[in-house]
Design a protein around this ligand. Structure first.
Ligand code: AMP
Length: 287
């Protein structure tokens, strides 16, 4: 595996004749969730490029940009073992050179959920992903269902701008107790870590209830998530959502033909975590 920094170095490594190039964009501090994307890319592409860039543009002024965990040597080891060909770890000026003046902003699907609570976050994400796509020119780009709204926003950008890349969304990888893997889990105290699985339990309770009443009202599901999370005093719910999985508009009534995205954000001390489970179209079932 090659470790490269600059756009120019990366361009030199783009394999001649590679018919499919897979890109896995990450912010590093890699865990099994990230590695599942890399392995999927490895299985489907001739060349696998993984970017590690903690993108300042997607953090709000009060957020954890400075504290965000960084471990490039550890990441490099994991990526080599997972079969990545190229680790691209650009500096800020490789991504945003002097004079950089372009922003990619997706409307509507960024107005709700994380977009409503983190102003500017998705503009930061879509701008950096557009740069990553432009530099690496991937055939396929791999994202995690863990960040469900991000996948909707990126698909919107790719469709609207007719970008020649196939977006692949991979299932959320969880710890044995159900907690979704996240680089931010490293912030949790032992007590918070013990309380955190309530998030997945709450989502599963809602999905189970949706399965029992697939055309029922959505609000009781949000209430069930709120009530379940409230059983853990260390966990402060930010929002519970039951939304259309495509438009992200909050549902009044479940539509078994479309399914639903059940999602939440919560604070445990200083750490903010998000998670979601899909109610699949057809007979209600989650993953
Ligand atoms: P991040 O480094 O947090 O920006 O994540 C990079 C990519 O890995 C994003 O597409 C995430 O959705 C994905 N990802 C993060 N955590 C998980 C997980 N637990 N399961 C699957 N994908 C994940």
């Amino acid at each position: 595996m090659e470790l490269v920094r600059t756009r120019a170095e990366l361009a030199g490594l783009r394999a001649v004749g590679a018919t499919t190039v897979g890109l896995v964009p990450t912010m590093g501090a890699l865990h099994e969730g990230h590695l599942s994307l890399v392995r999927r890319a490895r299985a489907e592409c001739d060349q696998v490029i993984v970017s590690v860039f903690v993108n300042p543009a997607q953090f709000g002024p009060e957020e954890d940009f400075a504290a965000y965990p960084r471990d490039l040597p550890g990441d490099a080891e994991l990526l080599a073992a997972a079969g990545a060909d190229v680790l691209w770890a650009p500096t800020e000026s490789d991504i945003y050179p002097p004079g950089f003046a372009t922003h990619v902003v997706v409307d509507t699907v960024t107005d709700v959920l994380e977009g409503a609570r983190r102003p500017g976050h998705f503009a930061g994400v879509t701008t950096v992903v557009a740069v990553l796509f432009g530099v690496t020119r991937p055939t396929r780009a791999y994202f995690g269902q863990k960040d469900a709204q991000q996948t909707v926003v990126i698909r919107r950008m790719v469709d609207d701008l007719a970008l020649p890349v196939q977006v692949v969304v991979c299932p959320t990888v969880r710890e044995a107790d159900g907690l979704a893997m996240s680089s931010r889990n490293a912030y949790l105290t032992p007590e918070e870590r013990a309380a955190a699985p309530v998030l997945h339990r709450a989502l599963l309770a809602a999905v189970q209830a949706a399965g029992a009443d697939p055309a029922g009202d959505a609000e009781p599901l949000r209430q069930l998530v709120r009530r379940t999370v409230a059983t853990e005093p260390l966990v402060e719910l930010d929002y519970a959502s039951v939304a259309d999985p495509g438009s992200l508009v909050e549902l009044t009534t479940l539509d078994p033909a479309r399914g639903a995205l059940v999602s939440l954000a919560a604070r445990l001390g200083h750490t903010r975590l998000i998670d979601n489970v899909l109610v699949e179209p057809g007979p209600g079932s989650g993953r």
